[in-house]
Ligand binder design. Structure first.
Ligand code: ADP
Ligand code: MG
Length: 714
């Protein structure tokens, strides 16, 4: 590690990014092009190009101690290599690797490029299973990491391995050498994390961490460095989120909704049930938010069936009784229609005081708006909204972003949508008078993940289920004849008891590329085969809106006993008489999605069953399905899902900030997110949202992109 030199001042990442790569020894135009292919355009990019992992050369298995069938990592030098073809004309590359204790024959099939990658003298780490062939130790198609070549022979015991690409034609060893020379040039990094905080939490300073992640003296140091630099990533995101929220609070005057004219109480009375403690707490928090001049930004999380709708209605009624309007947006037409129906029945008989007529009160006025609403009706609706003749609109997302002339929009509720991201929320917030916002999701987002994605929202959780729901038994059967029999038996017996069943398939129609069941064929097969005599219906997204609606209606009224569908029924659909959920090729779905689907049953008093039909080909597929059988807790399943698939997969790479993470990973780094959040709250001015650290301000605008305009520095 270079000794700090006192006459070189600590440098910020921005200052470092201003040093051209060509300053480094041996970096000419050709090298610049190759680095550019890895997304490295300046020295800042170079030093934040982190190792994928490290190999500790002192911890490897000596070749002489390996036994047949051991899975091991071997570190050694290539001592011979040659290419040939097998009798079947397959490319074959044969190498010998020696480590001083012995040698190993390595054979690669169909990997002709290995002959270019490896040459005599290349040091490699091999991971694979040891076999013995004609008395000789050997490995076939092992995983290979190139540690270096003779020219760049390393002294360090721990070797960093960098992600490289064949196209860039840059070895991990070359990258390591370049990065070290950059670090040597930089000498000292300015550290935005206060020394006292570092000390309190056992975090090294940035200079140490940057050197230790690229050239660690032990694996423990490498991990310690990784932790520190991951904290920096989370810190930038959290400062941005906290700042956004505080700035908003300080600079926005919203619609105060603080009138209690008895609407909420009268609606709750009509439901005939008493709220769960979580529902009451959520409603109280929402009403408190809405009474303030600061527009509410709240996330309501609750598993399927936890009763979010009644909470949303309590919020909307508060807006209405305070003299404003409310809208509720659903992701699909089916859901919008269902919500409109459900809400209308909750509001039946709820009267609003008015001076406009002799009775002194009037019923609430609700409108439904979907793609099916004709243009003329829309025009009339818009006029009515402008005059304040409509209290509440239920519709799909896309439509409600149009230019509607509300008389006074007090509240926007967004249902079942974790894809409703920061940008959409920002669009709402930028209205002249921003409405309160309530975002509801049944995809339980682990707290730490929510802190990344919804870090600028307050949260309410419905963890208790309303009474009267019966647990759902989940079973797993193979995709074969036995599985098909189990499906037929289960569905028939449910229908014989007067209940209904869903059958879900991954595809709409047969596909050449994807081997999975499709709803169209399954529908034909079931009704002409195992389910003859039953009333079977079909529902998928490619049907006309009219056909979709009639399938849904048929199922709701019970006329259709078995509904074969795609995941269009995933969210929110509520048919309490359905007690069976069959999911074909269940391994094709994510855990959260499976859990959502399963939540379509178990909504009434009758016991329900979910049958997962699959023969998963991968261990993660296996794990997911087993988790479904073992757990019915959406939050627990969401954690497992995150662990198995990673945040990028679960939420989409483009979701706020996740693609900015190079080192940080959730849920693994949950504790770091918490730590970063705490520090962010100290760094951001509590009154105004200003970012108290110019250096972090700079890093956020440089690294998280230019759409961070709301930030302002002290
Ligand atoms: P979700 O959270 O999935 O949107 P819903 O709001 O659709 O759940 O509620 C599911 C069902 O539970 C509805 O039929 C609703 O009327 C009922 N429900 C909601 N809250 C309660 C409660 N506190 N007690 C009994 N039933 C309730
Ligand atoms: Mg719902």
């Amino acid at each position: 590690m270079p000794e700090p030199v006192s006459n070189v001042p600590p440098r910020t990442l921005r200052a470092i990014s201003e040093i051209p790569l060509s300053r480094l020894h041996g970096v000419g135009p050709a090298m610049l092009d190759r680095l550019a292919l890895l997304g490295i355009a300046n020295i800042g990019d170079l030093v934040t190009y982190y190792p994928r992992r490290w190999v500790d050369r002192s911890k490897q298995q000596p070749i002489e101690h390996t036994q047949a069938d051991d899975e091991v990592t071997i570190v050694g030098d290539v001592t011979s290599i040659r290419s040939s073809r097998t009798r079947q004309r397959r490319a074959m590359v044969q190498a010998t690797v020696s480590d001083g204790t012995g040698s190993l024959a390595v054979t690669f099939f169909n990997q002709a490029w290995r002959a270019r990658q490896l040459s005599v003298g290349t040091q490699v780490a091999l991971f694979g299973k040891v076999g013995v062939f004609r008395g000789r130790r050997q490995m076939t198609n092992p995983t290979v990491d190139v540690l270096g070549t003779t020219a760049e022979r390393r002294t360090g015991v721990v070797v960093p391995l960098y992600p490289t690409s064949e196209k860039a034609d840059l070895g991990s060893g070359q990258l390591s050498r370049l990065i070290r020379s950059a670090l040597h040039r930089i000498v000292e990094f300015a550290d935005p994390v206060p020394a006292a905080f570092r000390k309190q939490h056992g975090l090294p300073d940035r200079t140490w961490a940057m050197n230790a992640i690229h050239a660690p003296s032990s694996l423990a140091d490498a991990y310690r460095a990784r932790r520190r630099l991951a904290l920096d990533e989370f810190l930038r995101m959290q400062v941005a989120l906290v700042s956004r929220r505080r700035y908003y609070e300080a600079h926005t005057v919203g619609v105060v909704c603080d009138v209690d004219a008895g609407l909420v109480g009268s609606m709750l009375e009509r439901t005939g049930f008493s709220l769960t403690a979580d529902q009451s707490a959520a409603i109280d928090a929402i009403h408190a938010d809405m009474a303030s001049t600061v527009p509410m930004g709240r996330l309501l999380q609750g598993d399927v069936g936890s009763g979010k709708t009644v909470v949303a209605v309590a919020a909307m009624l508060r807006a209405i009784e305070s003299g404003h309007q409310a809208i509720l947006m659903a992701p699909t037409e089916v859901l919008a229609e269902q919500h409109a129906r459900g809400i209308a029945s909750l509001l039946e008989g709820v009267m609003l005081e008015t001076a406009d007529n002799l009775l002194g009160e009037r019923p609430l006025r609700l409108a439904l708006l979907t793609n099916q609403t004709p243009a003329s009706e829309r025009k009339a609706l818009n006029a009515a909204l402008g005059r304040g003749e409509i209290d509440l609109v239920v519709g799909t997302h896309a439509l409600l972003f149009g230019d509607w002339d509300y008389r006074s929009l007090g509240l926007v509720v967004v249902d079942e949508q974790h894809r409703f991201g920061v940008e959409q929320r920002a669009a709402l917030s930028s209205r002249a008078v921003p409405p309160h916002q309530l975002v509801m999701t049944a995809t339980p987002i682990p707290r730490t993940a929510a802190m990344l994605i919804y870090g600028d929202l307050d949260r309410s959780e419905l963890r208790q289920m309303p009474p009267g729901r019966t647990p759902i038994a989940t079973r797993l059967v193979a995709s074969d004849d036995v599985g098909d029999d189990a499906v037929a038996q289960l569905v028939r017996s449910a229908v014989a008891d007067g209940h209904q069943a869903y059958v879900v398939c991954p595809l709409v129609s047969p596909s050449d590329n994807i081997e999975a069941r499709d709803a169209t064929t399954t529908y034909e097969n079931l009704r002409s085969g195992p389910l003859t005599g039953l009333s079977v219906g079909l529902l998928h997204g490619q049907m006309s809106p009219g056909d979709k609606a009639s399938a849904m209606d048929g199922f709701r009224t019970g006329e259709i006993e078995v509904l074969v569908s795609t995941t269009v029924i995933e969210v929110g659909v509520d048919v309490p008489n359905a007690t069976v959920m069959v999911i074909y090729d269940a391994d094709r779905f994510g855990l959260s999605q499976l859990h959502q689907l399963r939540g379509r049953v178990g909504r009434g008093q009758h016991s329900s069953t979910c049958l997962l039909v699959a023969s998963p080909q991968t261990t993660t597929g296996d794990k997911r399905l087993q988790a479904m059988v073992d757990s019915s807790d959406g939050f627990a399943l969401a954690e497992i899902d995150l662990e198995i698939r990673g945040a990028g997969e679960v939420f989409g790479e483009r979701q706020a900030g996740i693609s900015d993470l190079k080192l940080g990973r959730i849920p693994r780094d949950a504790a770091l997110v918490d730590l970063a959040r705490g520090l962010a709250e100290e760094i951001v001015g509590s009154e105004t949202g200003e970012v108290g650290s110019p250096q972090i301000f700079e890093e956020i605008t440089d690294l998280l992109g230019s759409d961070q305009d709301f930030l302002y520095k002290a």
